[in-house]
Design a protein around this ligand. Structure first.
Ligand SMILES: C[S@@+](CC[C@H](N)C(=O)[O-])C[C@H]1O[C@@H](n2cnc3c(N)ncnc32)[C@H](O)[C@@H]1O
Length: 233
């Protein structure tokens, strides 16, 4: 499945909550050069840019479907980042890139002295919404998508080893209340399921598993995310 900005935007308000949390840590200085890695449809890149006066903010994403076709957005891979930035921002995207120790080291090397790393990553891989997708993919002979997330405390240690100052790493559960189990399926269709070939059979089996595990209406969808900030001395 490819990324679809319309499907992704169906849960726009729920996805805004971690952004609001993350930008509480934002250190605004004049004339910043900032990059939003895995910017998707660019809504949050524009919000970030609005908070950074007289600054240059670019959004980078590897999906031509997601990326806005306007100045300030570039097609590219997170892991190919080059240049030097005052702010490296990434919201719900680094979980798609492997080898997080190497990735964090690379991002760190692209931060100017005094620069800030500001990252949010979903951490919900133990939830039935993710586990069921893996089980269904396996049962249909598809490769199971694994994610490179580390134990939360590992991120703090990695930042310490990189020489970060003023750093914080937080694991937070976002308490979403959705209409029913099918709404959880619609949510993951906009994100996780892009990793799979979502045939009718896939969707039928997946929906059945999620309905069984999350009966009733409305349903509580607790969604874990890691948020982190770190400054380079
Ligand atoms: C869940 S969306 C997040 C979009 C946006 N940051 C937001 O929070 O609304 C994840 C985005 O990461 C992008 N992505 C995944 N792997 C990537 C990579 N290796 N390089 C660049 N972008 C990537 C996808 O194309 C997608 O647009």
């Amino acid at each position: 499945m490819t990324w679809d900005p319309d499907q992704y935007h169906r849960f726009r308000s729920e996805r805004l909550a971690p952004f609001e949390d993350l930008i509480r840590w934002l250190r605004v200085r004049p004339g910043m050069k900032a990059v939003d890695l895995g910017c998707g449809p660019g809504e949050l890149t524009r919000r970030l840019a609005a908070l950074l006066p007289d600054s240059e903010v670019i959004g980078v994403d590897s999906s031509a479907e997601m990326l806005p076709k306007e100045p300030g957005f570039e097609l590219g891979r997170i892991e190919d980042i080059r240049g030097e930035y005052d702010l490296i921002f990434s919201h719900a995207a680094l979980q798609w890139v492997g080898d997080h120790p190497a990735l964090l080291a690379k991002l760190w090397s692209c931060l100017k002295p005094g620069g800030q790393l500001l990252v949010q990553m979903p951490y919900n891989f133990e939830h039935v919404s993710h586990q069921a997708a893996a089980r269904v993919a396996h049962s249909l002979g598809q490769p199971v998508r694994t994610f490179p997330m580390l134990p939360v405390e590992e991120y703090a240690r990695l930042l310490y080893d990189l020489g970060a100052v003023d750093f914080e790493v937080v694991l937070k559960v976002y308490p979403h209340v959705l209409a029913d189990a099918d709404a959880i399926v619609e949510w993951t269709r906009g994100t996780l399921l892009t990793a799979y070939q979502v045939t009718d059979e896939f969707l039928k089996d997946y929906r059945a598993e999620v309905r069984k595990a999350c009966p009733g209406a409305p349903v509580f969808y607790g969604f874990k995310r890691i948020l982190m900030t770190a400054s380079k001395p």
